[in-house]
Design a protein around this ligand. Structure first.
Ligand code: CP
Length: 303
């Protein structure tokens, strides 16, 4: 398959190969000359139909570190605003001899839809509340880096599970690698199908944190809510916000993760986000090597 549309299409060996390749690229990007010539013959278009800081810049940097030619498309400044469809947009871009599409889109399944209608390798950079596969890969890569391995680790994903593509991709990725997964959040922000995912469910934050080795703290995605969900931000922070005082009261030191962007003072306080227990900027740094690995491996199939 020449796409990365979701973690649900990968197996354990795929993830191991991506991580071994990312180990190599992590070493490369720590050299004085951070580039390799591997993809000089590949052109990649980054299509962002939804806002992004980390994913957009990380993909662009990964592509440039691999020496690919890169073009960037933001729907807000494009002819999508004049009514052009997704398929027409992408086919016009592909006619300029583009080999690979990286796409973020607000609609779940947009990547799968596109892969059925155009002739190019597609990487899903986040599709609505569905999947964000490269985020889950860089998250697991960062757990492996901090704790030695992912297998056997207890990981709790805290917060707005209902609207989170990061949660779903992380659940799939962690389970494939043999981690135990728990979700913790208000019942109103858990999906109805949560019982089908093979995860533990906890609504008490302290119990969840006492259980885990790693807590991945999610942002409440107000932009995906068309009504006001309970709890309010203040109530959410009181019940699910992680503070230094809570971390210090636990029996062991846990690792704190966050995919970004952080709402400081809502899901975690600044002293937690900036502490040595947090690997939030390591996640961002690892994203470049992991995305280089994904792009390199997919490109090797289309050459
Ligand atoms: N983690 C993540 O996807 O961040 P951005 O929305 O800034 O890309």
């Amino acid at each position: 398959v020449n796409h990365l549309l979701g973690i649900k299409y990968l197996n354990k060996k795929d993830i191991e190969l991506i991580f071994e390749t990312a180990d190599h690229f992590k070493e490369v990007i720590n050299r004085p000359i951070k580039k390799v010539p591997s993809l000089r013959d590949i052109t990649i278009a980054n299509l962002f139909f939804e806002n992004s800081t980390r994913t957009k810049l990380s993909f662009e940097l990964a592509e440039k570190r691999l020496s690919a030619d890169v073009i960037n498309f933001s729907s807000a400044q494009s002819s999508v605003k004049k009514g052009e469809t997704l398929i027409d947009t992408v086919n016009n871009i592909l006619s300029m001899k583009v080999d690979m599409i990286v796409m973020r889109h607000p609609n779940p399944g947009a990547g799968v839809f596109l892969s059925n209608h155009v002739k190019a390798s597609i990487i899903n950079a986040g599709d609505g509340a569905h999947e964000h596969p490269t985020q889950a890969l860089l998250d697991s890569f960062s757990i492996r880096e901090r704790l030695g391995e992912v297998a056997g680790k207890k990981v709790v994903i805290v917060g707005d599970i209902l609207h989170s593509r990061v949660a779903l991709s992380n659940i799939f990725a962690l389970q494939l690698q043999g981690a135990e997964v728990m979700v913790c959040g208000p019942k109103t922000l858990l999906p109805k199908y949560i019982d089908t995912l093979g995860v533990k469910v906890e609504t008490n934050l302290r119990k969840a944190l006492n259980w885990c080795d790693v807590a991945n703290m999610l942002r409440v995605q107000n932009e995906r809510m068309d009504i006001s969900y309970f709890p309010t931000t203040r109530e959410y922070t009181q019940q699910f916000g992680v503070t230094k005082e809570i971390l210090d009261s636990l029996d062991k030191e846990i690792t704190i993760m966050h995919p970004g962007p952080i709402n400081r003072g809502v899901e975690i306080t600044s002293d937690v986000a900036d502490s040595d227990q947090a690997i939030i900027l390591d996640q961002v740094q690892n994203g470049v090597a992991v995305r280089m690995a994904v792009i390199y491996l997919l490109a090797s199939k289309i050459k």
